[in-house]
Design a protein around this ligand. Sequence first.
Ligand SMILES: *Cc1c(COP(=O)(O)O)cnc(C)c1O
Length: 384
Amino acid sequence: MSFYSKRCWAEIDLNALRQNLAWISHRVGDGVSIFAVVKADAYGHGLKEIASHLMTCGANGFGVANLKEAFDIRQRGDGWPILMLGACTNEEREYAIRMNVMVTISRLKEAELFLKKAEEMKRPIQVQVKVDTGMGRLGIEPKDAIELVQQIKKMETSRYLLLKGIYTHLAAAEDDEVFTRNQLLAFTEVVNGLKKKNIFLDYVHASSSAGILFEDNQLFNTVRPGLILYGIVPTGERIITHRIQRFLSPALSLKCKVSFIKSIQPGKTISYGHTFTAERQMKVATLTAGYGDGYHRTISGKGYVLIRNRRCPILGRITMDQMIVDVSSVTDVDCDDECVLIGKQGEEEISITQVAQWANTIPWEILTSLNYRVPRIYIGGSAS
Ligand SMILES: *Cc1c(COP(=O)(O)O)cnc(C)c1O
């Protein structure tokens, strides 16, 4: 039996996901592979369901951040190319080989350790070289990249290590055009250097969401979209056209319910720390969601929610499981009314970008904060 309680839940529209992928596919054009990034439980959307859905929508492969994620994808469909975006730990090497996951290599030693293990296990490992053009996280410096690729190429004669690709990661594509162009230039030089040596690789890539939106003339032959796949545009200094925003629809809505309504008199205080005091008579509603579901406590006193198509300001501190909102203007509000924390209701919409601003963070963190207590309910696509 499966049981969940619909107090705070996420509705995930699989059709939106399909459309977003179709738009990305159109934007990057023929001949460019799309590795759907599904790390962190597919950005909180539920890895297993999202991966199986994307397998039917034209994704060419998947990007993950750990091997449990790779394992979950393998269970849903075998044979899909999976790229592990982080560097493997010692214990992960064996599992990467066993699950046939492509791994990221930043230095020769890593490749040697993989080759040794692969020979021991008599199973080949596929690798991609990472170049650090400005992210400063993983990767080899561009000036040493060609040398590393050549050394790894030599290991291919063993048949247990195969070089499948080369990539870099942009650090500020939504903010800094000059910095980004320099990163792409450094990477292009490496790729051209390899061409001169007659080294051509299956997967050559630089762009995640922001790169796809802002640098679409420099996509090489593969892209790694995360956020835009889920319908959210990364916002920064660089301006995105409204036209593009219209093509992407957020797949996730976050909802909860009204559990209690009462009138309060002037002077009455609300929630922990009594940070809010009523200045007039008000009608307030208690909701069935809090920071324990992943709705950030830093939104206290700043945000609003939607009830009966109206904006209702959050009063006082958000608590672990409940919060209190002002429903004075919602004459017909009733217990069990549906309340939207993220998403649309009537003409109103609260975007995840807006919620992230209230919480002083980024949409990625809002999505990955939604925890196991929040059931994911799938609509559209094969779920309907
Ligand atoms: C997370 C990640 C992505 C996806 O990034 P988005 O901005 O969500 O599109 C792509 N590549 C790497 C290396 C990542 O770590």
